[in-house]
Design a protein around this ligand. Structure first.
Ligand SMILES: [Zn+2]
Ligand SMILES: [Zn+2]
Length: 754
């Protein structure tokens, strides 16, 4: 008999790894021990060589479904003799290089038990097991063991403890284990902040459902923070929430009681799998025309964001209610999601009631958002947060062991860490132009850095000197006396999609189609409709939307009509959207040689304005989303995209003026906005095709917020997919959330480290 050691790294804690290995050891009559450590799990055992190899392979083959192995090894170890197989105390010293286990939605077994009257956890709203429940949101330190989580104050009762200790139980070593006798308590309070006294928890559910029925709003603490909820079929309730939240039109996400309550909706297998899976995100789906939903939920859009109850609490509350509820992040006008009990009372500005509980949340997270394109079923991550953050699974690109901290962008902020060869990418952290968001960003950053014991060797930030993320990065660099490195925004986007698709080593050049709202360019202008080429490990700019002036600064993004006027100042259709005084002001602004823009986001705005779709928008991306919905409606009916507008596509820059003019010229022929929007999308695709041919490139990668547009993605796949190799983001969102990752890749490329 020899002594062996197995080391496994990756997501291996909080997913039932130790109990699974325990079972396998038991089956194979292996004696030894297993422990969690700061690197992952380690196993020591006695066996003959063949038996050791077989045990090792069986672990890799039968790893728990939620685990993700990054690396593993089997080696001979110092001789020891074991009498049985045991799970031993975790090791807490050493360099931390664990992936952080994300929060998981309720599993099918727990879903069944919570509805089973004979189960001792019947109707217990905090039921969990090794296969589900909160993780990242309750971790204060690593390794993942109860004392380092916010479950620490809850003492397990004898029944829970015996499950915890029973190797054959699903809750063997389940750190979140609790039950009605020993677990988490709910607290409901109203406008006076006094706790509503109830005789049983069942009464709380009755009350919440009663409030919903009456059209009231209830703030509920879930996994990543509070959600604001109201009945989604009552227009008055929805409008009341809109008014109090100062959110006039931006769509609200919905939570349906169960999959069967979505029977009238068009769901395919991918959407169902996502809704029911461990991530349980918001999925964008088609709204049926005859839906009973309040019309104010997603005005002007054909899709709505839906999710299923991903925590037992929501499952329990919606039980028997029968209607979907609005379930939107509990924040006050663009501030970050409220997740602390101390701040819960502030939600009473919007909510009539607050339902909280006594388990603390350590880091705030919004719900993740996914969509699948209608025709090609391409998965697009719109927001990467609960269930997905803070890990990134490295692909073939081997990350060096330099510690980096990347600050990301500003509007859709996220930060990234390269730590001990692993990449960690934070959840979506909101718009940093708000002070509260900036504080929340710093807290999440400090938490993850302290959990991992991370100290960066270099700090990366966007080239934009006025981004809050740039300032935060520079402050941190000064404090820690670490060098900084600035990264161009669109090059970071491109680097991110290249690395995600293992194209860093590509021998042939890759065309990067990087389209978004804004980012500071190397020439001091605002870029955003960019064509770039990656060749010989360097990125160059090879084309863009023809420049137009930025009018009115930040106001331009809120008023699509300004983009139309910027591109076609002499066009009466654009002029008539302004008063004479305004026309004068903007004409003077123009003469002062304002900063120039090649933003694709602004081109979408201009098109929306000239088509009469939207002149002023109430939330970011509204005009573009409406254009997409119109183009989709046309495509659905015609089953084919219309031809591109007859303009020049093969020169370096796309003539934005000519494009907008041909669109206006096509209007008198009584062409519908839906047709013209589809034709506009087709024109952009044609530009990509002709640019690839001009540059003689066959591989094309796409990034930037515009790539959230499913019509564009479907169109690219259908029109270019057979002739070119197309690459899209996979784990990451195409929007600015991927900038932090791109900054790391860009830096490593520049340093010849990847
Ligand atoms: Zn479970
Ligand atoms: Zn218990």
């Amino acid at each position: 008999m020899y002594t062996w050691e197995i080391r496994i790294e990756g997501i291996v804690q909080g997913v039932g790894f130790r109990p699974r290995v325990f079972q396998l050891a038991h089956e194979q009559e292996i004696k030894g021990e297993i422990a969690n450590g700061v690197e992952g799990v380690r196993i020591w055992f006695n066996a003959e060589s063949d038996q050791a190899q077989a045990f090792y392979e069986s672990i890799l083959q039968h790893k728990p479904p939620l685990s993700h192995i990054v690396s593993s090894s089997l080696q001979a170890s110092e001789a020891r003799s074991f009498v049985d197989f045991q799970i031993i105390e975790s090791e807490t010293s050493g360099q931390k290089r664990l992936l952080v286990t994300p929060d998981y939605g309720i599993c099918p077994d727990c879903r069944r038990e919570i509805n089973d009257e004979s189960d001792r956890r019947f109707a217990y709203p905090f039921i969990t097991c090794t296969q589900c429940g909160p993780r990242y949101s309750i971790i204060e330190n690593l390794p993942y063991d109860r004392p380092w989580t916010t479950m620490a104050p809850f003492q397990m009762c004898p029944a829970c403890l015996s499950e915890y200790q029973d190797p054959l139980n699903r809750r063997h070593f389940s750190q979140t284990n609790s039950c009605p006798a020993c677990g988490i308590q709910l607290r409901l309070f109203g406008p006076d902040q006094q706790t509503v006294s109830v005789s049983s928890e069942a009464e709380i559910r009755q009350l919440v459902q009663h409030y919903w029925k009456k059209g009231q709003t209830v703030a509920i603490k879930g996994i990543g923070g509070f959600l604001l909820t109201c009945d989604a079929t009552q227009e008055a309730a929805v409008q009341r929430m809109r008014e109090r939240k100062h959110r006039p039109e931006k769509p609200f996400a919905l939570m349906f009681p169960g999959l069967d309550s979505l029977h009238a909706y068009y769901l395919d297998a991918d959407q169902i799998a996502a809704l029911e899976g461990p991530v349980s995100p918001i999925v964008l789906i088609r709204k049926p025309p005859d839906s009973t939903l309040a019309p104010g939920i997603a005005k002007g859009l054909t899709e709505i964001g839906v999710m299923l109850p991903y925590t037992p609490l929501y499952q329990w509350l919606l039980q028997g209610y029968g209607q979907p509820i609005v379930a939107t992040s509990g924040n006050i006008h663009q501030a970050p999601i409220v997740f602390r009990d101390e701040e819960a009372a502030s939600l009473l500005d919007i909510a009539d009631w607050v339902l909280t509980n006594d388990r603390r949340i350590v880091v705030p997270q919004d719900d993740s958002v996914l969509r699948f394109t209608t025709r090609q079923r391409q998965r697009i991550v719109i927001r990467r947060s609960r269930g997905l953050a803070p890990n990134y699974f490295a692909t073939q690109v081997k990350m060096p062991k330099i510690n980096l901290w990347a600050a990301g962008a500003d509007m859709k902020s996220s930060f990234g860490l390269l730590h001990e060869g692993n990449v960690y990418l934070s959840q979506y952290l909101g718009d940093l132009s708000h002070y509260d968001t900036e504080r929340s960003y710093q807290q999440v950053q400090q938490h993850l850095q302290s959990v991992l014991g991370h100290r960066p060797a270099v700090i990366l930030h966007d080239q934009h000197p006025h981004y809050a993320s740039t300032r935060l990065a520079q402050d941190m660099a000064r404090e820690q006396q670490v060098p900084v490195h600035a990264c161009q925004h669109h090059k970071a986007h491109f680097a991110a999609v290249l690395a995600e698709n293992d194209l860093i080593e590509a021998a042939d050049p890759v065309l990067g189609v990087i389209w978004d709202g804004t980012g500071l360019g190397e020439d001091g202008q605002i870029w955003g409709g960019e064509l770039m080429v990656y060749a010989n490990r360097a990125i160059s700019r090879e084309g863009h939307l023809a420049y137009f002036p930025v009018l009115g600064g930040d106001k331009m993004a809120q008023e699509p009509r300004l983009s139309a006027l910027a591109i076609l100042p002499e066009e009466p259709l654009c002029q008539q959207k302004f008063s004479l005084l305004e026309q004068q002001i903007y004409s003077q602004l123009r003469q002062k040689k304002p900063i120039q823009s090649s933003s694709m986001g602004r081109l979408f705005d201009a098109v929306a304005s000239v088509l009469g779709v939207q002149d002023q928008q109430t939330y970011e991306g509204q005009a573009a989303m409406k254009l997409e919905a119109l183009a989709r409606a046309y495509w659905d009916q015609a089953d084919v995209l219309p031809p591109p507008f007859p303009i020049v596509y093969h020169e370096k820059n796309l003539p934005t003026e000519a494009l907008l003019q041909s669109l206006i010229a096509a209007r008198p022929a009584n062409n519908s906005a839906a047709y013209l929007s589809a034709r506009f999308h087709a024109s952009l695709i044609e530009w990509v095709r002709q640019s690839a041919d001009r540059l003689q490139i066959k591989r094309i990668a796409f990034s930037g917020g515009v790539m959230q547009n499913a019509v564009l993605v479907d169109g690219l796949l259908e029109r270019l997919g057979s002739e070119y190799e197309l690459f899209f983001h996979q784990q990451l969102s195409p929007n600015d959330e991927n900038i932090s990752f791109g900054q790391m890749v860009l830096y490593l490329l520049a340093q010849q480290m990847i």
